[in-house]
Write a protein that binds this ligand. Structure first.
Ligand code: FES
Length: 620
């Protein structure tokens, strides 16, 4: 039966999305570009995602009743992570439930920054020339701005005479520090925008931010797209190989990326009713390869031992120089990198999480195809590249898929196998968190052993309930487990976890586990000293920490120390846009981070081999 479509409108933005009934409110908000705070990973235990329903609210669930008082429940407050949309809703999202604002407040709030974008506008009245005042146009402008050190380039000089002679002599000067970015006739101070990009290997996220209104707290309109470079390869190494093996390879990679960023800018501006010409600054984070490609810099050295970047520092260029269609004078600020395989996205993550502002030791992990981990405190950071490969993105998994509608994202094994499906409908595949859950739960049930072997259909241990035993089948001459039976799947085929899938999960988790272990050792801290483990990336939103710990993907710290922080890299890019002073911190993160190259290290190889074995439930 097709599920009805519901309209969900979020306030105060007034933004509406249409979702299928059964979608969680957190997902609906995400589609509307509103990222909710979910420190407990959506398990309904932290209460941080509470929102107010202004329309007829569905009845509260157990978690709502446990965490919200009677008064709040009556007033229509609900936990967004627990609410499955079943009707049209009007939702007010309070400031505290919003991820971006929370991150900035969460750690080192006392050291957080004032609203001070790198670009600003001032309106001045420049007197016209006369017989008594024969100063040139530029000197009269300098006098009006009351700054001697103003730096002005040729394009500004060219626009100066007409700007000064239009209207009544009032002009708006766009300033980037002491540099004049542009001079506009009249008072245009009310319109000043910036865009922050997170350029991932697989996805692109853009945020349009009003830089003229400090009271907006950096609130943004968001857009996400698939990186069009995926046609040239799944990971950064294959993109670099493409750039090397084709004469126009780099140029093609760059122009595809920039064309997509331009589409996003246009859509963001249209949604907000803003002229792209009002965008005066762009900030960007990405892995080192993506940053290089954006700037048109050959990334080849990153793929050749000893894997160094061409540039580590932040880069500022005219956005037009790389082909971005915004104000012709706008600045593009690409945040600094740490190493060839630890890019400005990790710097953005560390900036958003305040790693260098805290006395406490924190570990940040971004689990992805090109994942990274970073640990430390205000006295220094240590980082490594912790590549899991594409298994957790659903690649190389028999029924693997990305974490989108129809993906099994949760698996619970008791007497039977129960699954949670994104969007609430029938399942069409398994995403990364479903894979982690399935392996962890089947380990617990005894259907997978410590070596990662699925029990043979004929020799499943006798203590396993019959319904579970029936789930073990043969596939391509090897054992497999039916996670969703044919009659309950969208495709009409059973959704399987195959022996090869378990092997892929083992390889991926072993790479992350061994990387993190070496990193922690290298940083000189012990596990008990780690006060928080921050898990970033869209993937983290669906992981159950108990399962991730069970298979060894997350370190064995207590559950409440593990926090899911969403797209922290994008938050870092927005911070650099809104809080100009935070760029100095980004620079220090880049320079104070010691990079640990895992390739070729004997201790990493040893830990990797050990980590291929799943620990016993008691942790041994
Ligand atoms: S209660 Fe909803 S995210 Fe924690």
């Amino acid at each position: 039966v097709p599920r009805p479509v519901c309209r969900v409108t979020f306030q105060p933005e007034g933004r509406s999305v249409f979702v299928l009934a059964g979608t969680t409110l957190v997902e609906a908000a995400g589609r509307a570009g509103i990222i909710l705070n979910q420190p407990c990973g959506g398990e309904g235990t932290c209460g941080k995602c509470r929102v107010e329903l202004l329309s007829d609210a569905p009845p509260p669930g157990d978690h709502d009743c446990r965490l919200l008082g009677m008064e709040q429940l009556d007033a229509g407050w609900r936990l967004a992570c627990q609410l499955s949309v079943d009707r049209d809703l009007l939702v007010s999202v309070p400031w505290e439930a919003r991820f971006f604002e929370q991150v900035i407040l969460a750690e080192g709030a006392d050291a957080s920054y004032p609203f001070r974008p790198n670009v600003r506008k001032v309106v001045v009245r420049v007197p016209g020339p006369s017989v008594h005042d024969q100063r040139c146009d530029l000197d009269r402008l300098r006098g009006a701005v009351a700054s001697r050190g103003l730096q002005v380039d040729l394009s500004v000089l060219r626009s100066l005479p007409s700007a000064l002679r239009q209207g009544d002599g009032a002009v708006t000067v766009v300033l980037e520090g002491r540099k004049v970015q542009g001079v506009q006739p009249g008072d245009t101070t009310a319109t000043l925008f910036g865009v922050a990009f997170d350029i991932g290997t697989t996805s692109l996220v853009g945020a349009l931010v009003d830089l003229a209104d400090p009271t907006a707290h950096g609130q943004a309109t968001l857009q996400a797209r698939t990186n069009p470079q995926v046609h040239f390869g799944d990971d950064v190494v294959s993109r670099i190989a493409y750039a090397q093996s084709h004469a126009d390879g780099l140029q093609k990679l760059q122009s595809r990326l920039v064309a997509c960023l331009n589409e996003m800018i246009l859509d963001l501006c249209q949604e907000r009713g803003v002229d792209p010409d009002a965008v005066h600054e762009i900030t960007a984070v990405g892995n080192t390869t993506m940053s290089h490609v954006l700037l048109g810099i050959d990334p080849s050295p990153i793929a050749q031992a000893p894997y160094v970047a061409v540039v580590r520092d932040a880069v500022d260029v005219r956005a037009r120089e790389v082909g971005l269609d915004v104000n012709p004078c706008a600045n593009l600020h690409v945040l600094p990198n740490i190493a060839g395989f630890v890019g400005s996205d990790t710097v953005g993550f560390a900036l958003a999480a305040g790693l260098l502002r805290s006395e406490r030791v924190q570990l940040g992990i971004d689990i992805g195809t090109n994942g990274e981990a970073i640990i430390g405190n205000r006295h220094g950071l240590v980082a490594c590249s912790c590549a899991a490969g594409p298994a957790f993105e659903g690649a190389r998994i028999h029924h693997g898929m990305r974490a989108s509608e129809g993906a099994v994202s949760k698996v619970v094994v008791n007497d039977d196998i129960e699954v949670g499906v994104i969007g609430g409908g029938r399942a069409s595949g398994i995403c990364g968190s479903g894979l982690i859950d399935a392996v962890a739960e089947l380990l617990g049930a005894g259907l997978i052993d410590e070596m990662g072997r699925i029990a043979d259909p004929g020799s499943v241990p006798s203590h396993v309930p019959l319904s579970l035993r029936r789930a073990v089948v043969e596939h391509d001459g090897q054992p497999a487990v039916v996670i969703v039976p044919a009659e309950a799947s969208r495709t009409g085929e059973p959704i399987l976890l195959t022996q090869r899938d378990v092997r892929e999960a083992q390889l991926a988790k072993a790479a992350v586990q061994a990387g993190i272990e070496v990193l922690i050792r290298e940083s000189g801290v012990c596990l008990e000293e780690i006060s928080r483990v921050l898990v970033a990336g869209g993937f983290g939103n669906f992981i159950r920490r108990s399962c991730a710990k069970r298979i060894g993907l997350l370190p064995p710290v207590s559950g409440e120390k593990i926090e899911f922080v969403g797209n922290a890299a994008a938050t870092g890019a927005r911070m650099a846009l809104v809080y100009g002073d935070s760029r100095e911190e980004a620079h220090r993160i880049s320079r104070c981070s010691t990079y640990v190259e895992l390739a070729g290290r004997a201790d990493f190889q040893q830990r990797f081999a050990d980590a291929l074995v799943f620990a016993k439930p008691d942790g041994s």
